[in-house]
Structure formats: C-alpha cells, structure tokens
Design a binder for this molecule. Structure first.
Ligand SMILES: [Zn+2]
Length: 421
C-alpha cells in the first residue's frame, strides 16, 4: 500500500494532517492527532492552504486546429499549475467537436501529455459545426465521453433548435450549457454599452443581450422541466432572472468568472485589447451584484472561460482583436484575493470551484472524506508573483493582469494521490 501524509496544512483555517492511501483519502485530522504510519511518505505543508482540486467547467483548449494559441498539453499545464484537477473544454475547435472522433482525439491528447491528470472532459457541440442549424449527434458524443453540450461562442438564435437540443441532450443525461447572447442585439459589439463605450466610440453590447437569451433558456427549462446551465454570467440583470427562475423551481444553474467579479468596463480605456472579452466587462454595479450572487448561491459556480490567443492576435486595432482571456494560471490567485478582501471564504471557494461543478456535471470530487479521490493542491497564500509570459504555463498570455503582481500561488498539486506539480 502506498501511503502519503501531508502534515500541518491549513484547511478551512485550521491546521490538519491528511493521509492518502493508494490514491484515495484515508483521513483528514487535526494536526498532530494522527498516528502517522512509519513507511508513509511525508510532506510538511506548514504555511500552505489545502484545497481539493478545482474543476473548471468552461475552458478552451484550442486543439485541434488552433495549436498556436494552446494545445491540450499546454492547457493542462496551466490547469495543473493553476489548481485545476478536471477541465471541461468547449467544442469550438477546428474541426468542431461535433463527432466522436474529435472527442476521442482530445481525451487521448490529455492522457498522452498528462497521464496522471488533470482530467479532460470534452463538451460536445450542440449543433453540427456550431452553426445552429442542425442538431449534433449528441448520443455519439455522450458515448465518446462528452459530459455536456454547448454552442459556446456561437449562441443558437433559433429557439426551436435550442429547444430540441435541450430535449435531445436530456435523453442522454447531458446538461446544455448556454452562452447567452442575443445574436441580433449583440451584432458587431466590441464592449459593454454604456458611458465608456460612448467615450471610446466603440459599438457597445447592451447587457440585455445576455439577459434576453438567458430568460429564453430559463423559460424553456421551466416549460420542458429540463436543466439548463447559463455560462459566464456578466450582468446584474441576468442574475435577477436566474434568481427569478430558481425561486420558481426551474432547473437552472449558472457560472461566472473571476474577471466579472473583479473588473469593469473601464479596463478597456486606452483601447486595451487585453480587456476585450465576450460577454464584455460591465459596470461596477454588475460586479457588485455578481459578488453577492456567488455568495448567496444564485450563481452556483465559478469557471475561467480560459480563452487563449497569441500575442500578435491581440496586437491589432480594437475592432479586429479576438475576444477572451487566458485564465487557468490566474484564477485561484484572483479569487483568493476575494477571500483576503472578506468577500468570499475558503469554504465558498471550495463550493464554487469544486463541489458545485462536480454536482451539476456529475464528476468525481475530493470531499476529504474517506475513499474520496486524493485530488488536492497546496496554495501558498503569501507568495507574490508577477504575471509575465515566462510565469504562465498556458501557451498564451492574453490577460488584463499581464504585468501585474498577484499574491498567492499553487505550490504543489496531486491527482489521485500522484504529484503532478
Ligand atoms: Zn462563451
């Protein structure tokens, strides 16, 4: 039997010893109270915070087709070093992940590059080629290993098609993840519509573009009595309709990202393409509402929406730059900042980054109970580090935090009891 003991880590504010036996949790006890078997390998974690591995339910690994931005191997490096033990990757690759062949290729690339994890769970395309016209072969995708379906990046405009996606996905027990954006109202928009877009003379996207589409999904979920998951919520108005749906018993869940909890649209000032993302950064009032929503559970979980792009792709006029931020390297540091500010607790982070994602998408999660998978990481809360291309494991470094100093970083990570970082 292989035994590993992590000593003196801080878990939910208290010093603990963690014993792992053959890849699963044996016990978690107050530090110094456990008899440590003589042949156990030990690791002193004094000063480190212990977390179960996080789950990122929304990431773009870019392979196949966009390997200059990211590959499965480099994306998983960012995940491993960012504290993510499981990642769900979106279907907007080239070719699109609308077939078993692509799903299996992604899973195989993960196993080959990181055989001990992080684990990769592909999300299948909801429609063929993400075109929003014809349903994808969802049964085939489920059988090949997809854990959800989504048209992320290319929201489905046709409500009848979206309804049929929800019904068809439900036949295979898969949840539909909806990137909510009214394609007509959001047409050609570059940032949030408001004071800042007026100043910059950029075409704005009204926040209701998100809310209208989210309302449609919530009403369909109620009518069909089926689940729907709202991706990357950015606006207070959308929080309000999710709360309305939940109060009516609708099976709606939702995620938001670290950037919507910390940045507003003034980050775009100076035509900063590194702050260009979709949905766009909104206003301080939206940030405030999202913080409250993750605290009170209206928003169920966090996700990174990790969207790597090469430097040269962002170094263009604002209107031509692609949307999105790289995120997996940074997410834990940024959200731990919210703990430091007293907005969230460490227990909130575990709920938002691990237990709720696992519950909604039916994935294994470390609860630190006996027999749970030994997926966990140690986090050094005081380590300061600068966000530079050299310090990021993702192939890309398109983030508004580029050049900034963050506090706290993952120092070691185990999956299934095996040290991967
Ligand atoms: Zn999206």
């Amino acid at each position: 039997m292989s035994l590993l003991c992590i000593k003196n880590a801080r878990y939910l504010g208290k010093p603990v010893d963690l014993l792992i036996a053959d890849g699963v949790v044996e016990s978690l006890s107050p530090a110094g109270t456990m008899e440590i078997p003589e042949h156990a390998e030990t690791c002193d974690a004094e000063g480190q915070v212990l977390f179960p591995s996080f789950i990122d339910v929304h990431t773009h690994l870019r392979e196949p087709g966009f390997e200059w931005k990211e590959t499965v191997a480099t994306g998983l490096a960012a995940a491993a070093h960012g504290g993510f033990g499981s990642v769900l990757c979106m279907a907007n690759t080239d070719p699109v992940n609308d077939s078993a062949a692509v799903t299996k290729q992604i899973i195989a690339a993960g196993k080959e590059s990181w055989p001990n994890g992080p684990r990769v769970y592909p999300i299948g395309a909801a429609t063929v080629g993400l075109k929003g016209e014809e349903l994808a072969r969802i049964g085939e995708l489920a059988e090949a290993g997809c854990v959800a379906v989504s048209n992320d990046g290319r929201p489905v405009g046709d409500t009848e098609i979206f309804r049929r996606v929800m019904e068809y996905a439900a036949d295979f027990g898969l949840t539909v993840i909806d990137h909510c954006e009214d394609p007509y109202l959001a047409r050609k928009s570059q940032m949030n519509e408001g004071h800042t877009s007026g100043l910059l003379g950029l075409k704005g996207q009204a926040d209701v573009a998100e809310t209208i589409q989210a309302s449609r999904s919530i009403l369909l979920a109620e009518y069909l009595n089926l689940p729907v998951h709202i991706a990357h919520v950015s606006a207070k108005r959308t929080v309000d309709v999710i709360a309305w749906g939940k109060a009516r018993g609708v099976r709606v869940t939702a995620e938001t990202t670290p950037h919507y909890l910390t940045l507003d649209d003034t980050s775009v000032l100076g035509y900063n393409t590194l702050a260009k993302v979709n949905p766009p950064l909104r206003t301080p009032a939206d940030v405030e509402a999202l913080r409250e929503a993750v605290k009170n559970g209206t928003i169920d979980m966090l996700a990174t929406d990790h969207a790597p792009h090469a430097a040269h792709e962002k170094e263009v006029p604002f209107n031509e730059a692609p949307f999105g931020f790289t995120g997996m390297d940074l997410a834990v540091s940024i959200t731990y900042g919210l703990v430091r500010e007293g907005i969230l607790t460490e227990a909130d982070l575990i709920r938002l980054w691990a237990t709720e994602p696992a519950r909604v998408f039916g994935l294994p999660v470390n609860t630190f109970e006996q027999g749970a998978p030994a997926d966990f990481f140690l986090f050094d809360p005081d380590r300061e580090w600068e966000v530079t291309p050299e310090n990021l494991y993702s192939r890309s470094h398109n983030t508004p935090w580029l050049g900034k100093t963050l506090r706290g970083r993952v120092s070691a990570h185990w999956i299934g009891g095996v040290k991967i970082v």
